[in-house]
Ligand binder design. Structure first.
Ligand SMILES: [Zn+2]
Length: 77
């Protein structure tokens, strides 16, 4: 079953792709928000720690690099 992320090394993109449904990215400058699928990124970034990957993200609306990036967890409603 799914466990919370362990302390220590940050999870890689591949690890998160098994648990989360997508990548939730929200721009802190224009508040444009998208949920991206993992599939477009795994080929290149599967072994990259998520915090490093998050730093690569850019807002598709205003090109700001101030983007809050977090895994989008499955909803359990
Ligand atoms: Zn933006």
């Amino acid at each position: 079953m799914a466990r919370p992320s362990p302390p220590g090394p940050p999870p890689t993109l591949r690890y998160l792709a098994e648990q989360a449904v997508g990548i939730d990215a929200e721009c802190r400058d224009c508040w444009h928000r998208v949920v991206l699928g993992f599939e477009g990124f795994l080929a290149r970034y599967a072994d990259m720690p998520f915090p490093d990957f998050a730093r690569l993200m850019k807002c598709s609306a205003c090109s700001s690099q101030h983007v809050n990036v977090r895994p989008a967890w499955p909803s359990r409603s």
